[in-house]
Design a binder for this molecule. Structure first.
Ligand code: GLC
Ligand code: CA
Length: 563
């Protein structure tokens, strides 16, 4: 298998300009594989289904796809528990199918990013199984964090760390001789043992995995839970009194950077350098930016933007800070509103409190879907006009909202199970996409296969008006708004070029207005009243119709060309 040979840069939007690396301003579409499209009518989305719909994505106008993990997995955490890093999950397809997908996507001008999970694997991974069998103090156990328990008989976990999925971050094993034994660390579910990144064999194994996929033509990786790999080897208790400046025993430790420096060298060793995109949840912008230094990752998700309220002052502050703290490291900013872990933004923006918070997802609180949709439309024109990479989560282009009424017995997310229902979990943003027809499952398994029940059979009946089929060619639909915006982002000088600086335009309170380059501008009205547009040449696109007197209504955005 040879690596693909197409060029790693996109054509410059303006003649004479130097072409920028593609990842600086790409629009990346996140494919949650098992909910995107089912190609063999078993109710589970797969690579075949994705290949069948590549035309849809090419027409939509995206530059790259990020696929959530599609490696063999017992699916304790929807594929974030990987049992083999160098193969394809059988319910999603085969390696040959992945090769075909890569080739087909490249032929359509679309890049492929996979999702690598370095912090932990599946408890079914052969290395972990071997560690269990090998017993305490073995070399096999040093791939993970095995420790004796505390208290009489070692009955207590080795420290007080809590899992992100709820409950202690430690589980006790039974030793091969049948006695209660050591405990192993899992920052997520017990089925997800943490690797010990102090072990050079772990590092070497991941480099091997990177090379395996890069050699097959994969254009880059999204790096899962990227900031928690390195642990304080003494595994001290988490100090509840510790301040943000104190070193944390596992989050964002200084030693993490050398891992990504090694990965960057691997990515850069190809003729067409491959991209590394981090899932870095770190509040401190300076520490966040360290991951984006020239010898580390290419980009990282901007979760402050995602978490921000639909509020003009708050949004402006986040946008300014984002641009400011990316500048010194020379990395492109990123803009993202939704993903497979967070409440869909139509729902967030339709609530009184429009922020996102993992600890309080706002589940069950009243939602004005019409208002949320209106704001989501304006937000689309806002984030697609900002300088840098844009990340779009499947279904947002259809205006889908969070499905909150999921019967308990259908819920799959370990967050829901492990918190005994206290945390509703993330199933509500992972519902299979509606493609065609008037009844669930809306052609999810292909035309004429509506008897196949999707793995999460919870599409609302009202999605009949939100299918791809219903929205295509309807000029008022969310899908056509995205198609127009993505098309303009490519064709209008300014919007799509990350190097064109953002310059604010004076505007009334509650209005965000900025230029991109000389020619393009975006105006978003977050105030309660209609406002006049700034002097302009043409109106390229608006998220809702202007008022009869040509004013920009509340919660509406416009793209303009300027004089
Ligand atoms: C990341 C993923 C999330 C997963 C977790 C553990 O946050 O986005 O879906 O559960 O890591 O791998
Ligand atoms: Ca399938």
């Amino acid at each position: 298998m040879t690596a693909h040979t197409d060029t790693s840069t996109r054509p410059a939007s303006v003649a004479g300009q130097v072409a920028e690396p593609w990842w600086r301003d790409a629009v990346t579409y996140q494919v949650y594989v098992r909910s995107f499209a089912d190609g063999n009518a078993d109710g589970i989305g797969d690579l075949r289904g994705l290949r069948d719909r590549l035309g849809y994505l090419a027409d939509l106008g995206v530059d790259a796809l990020w696929l959530n993990p599609c490696f063999p997995s017992p699916m304790a955490d929807a594929g974030y528990d990987i049992a083999d890093y160098r193969d394809i999950e059988p319910s999603f397809g085969t390696l040959a199918e992945m090769d075909a997908l890569i080739a087909q996507a490249h032929a359509a001008g679309i890049r492929i990013l996979l999702d690598i999970v370095p912090n932990h694997c599946s408890d079914r991974h052969p290395r972990f199984q071997q560690a269990l069998r090998a017993g305490p103090r073995s070399a096999a156990r040093s791939w993970f964090w095995f420790r004796p328990g505390r208290g009489p008989g070692g009955d207590e976990p080795p420290n007080n760390w809590q899992s992100y999925c709820g409950g202690p971050a430690w589980t006790r094993v039974t030793e091969p001789d049948g006695t209660p034994g050591q405990w192993y660390l899992h920052l997520f579910a017990p089925e997800q043992p943490d690797f010990n990144w102090d072990n050079p064999a772990v590092r070497a194994d991941f480099v091997k995995t990177l090379r395996f996929w890069f050699g097959r033509g994969v254009d880059g990786f999204r790096i899962d839970s990227a900031a928690v790999l390195v642990k304080d080897p003494l595994l001290p208790d988490l100090d509840p009194e510790a301040g943000p400046a104190d070193p944390h025993p596992y989050n964002d430790r200084d030693g993490i950077h050398e891992i990504y420096q090694e990965w960057r060298a691997v990515a850069d060793s190809y003729n067409e350098p491959r991209a590394l995109l981090g899932e870095v949840w770190i509040a401190d912008p300076q520490r966040f930016a360290k991951y984006l230094r020239p010898q580390e990752m290419h980009a990282a998700f901007n979760f402050r933007f995602l978490q921000c309220a639909w509020d003009p002052a708050a949004l402006r502050a986040v946008i300014e800070q984002t641009v400011d703290f990316h500048r010194p490291v020379g990395a492109p900013a990123t803009w993202v509103l939704s993903n497979h872990d967070v409440t869909r933004h139509v729902t967030r923006y339709g609530r009184t409190d429009t922020r996102f918070d993992f600890d309080d997802r706002g589940h069950g609180r009243p939602v004005d879907v019409e208002l949320g949709t209106r704001r989501a439309r304006a937000a689309a024109l806002l984030y697609l006009a900002l300088p840098g990479g844009a990340y779009l989560y499947q279904g947002e282009e259809l205006g889908l909202w969070e499905v909150e009424q999921i019967p308990d017995e259908l819920r799959q997310d370990p967050m829901w199970r492990r918190t005994a229902g206290q945390n509703p979990g993330r199933d509500g943003c992972r519902v299979p996409l509606p493609w065609t027809g008037s009844e669930p499952p809306f052609g999810f398994s292909g035309p004429g296969t509506d008897e196949a029940e999707p793995w999460l059979p919870t599409q609302p009946a009202s999605w009949r008006d939100y299918t791809v089929e219903a929205q295509l060619d309807d000029p008022d639909s969310m899908l056509e708004l995205y198609r127009s915006a993505l098309n303009l982002r490519r064709s209008v000088p300014g919007f799509g070029s990350e190097r064109e600086p953002l310059r604010w335009i004076d505007a009334t309170d509650g209005v965000l207005a900025f230029r991109r380059g000389d020619a393009a501008a975006c105006v978003v009205n977050l105030s309660a009243d209609p406002v006049a547009l700034p002097p302009h040449q043409t109106i390229l696109l608006t998220s809702s119709p202007l008022t009869d007197d040509g004013l920009l209504p509340s919660d509406c955005a416009a793209w303009l060309t300027m004089e």
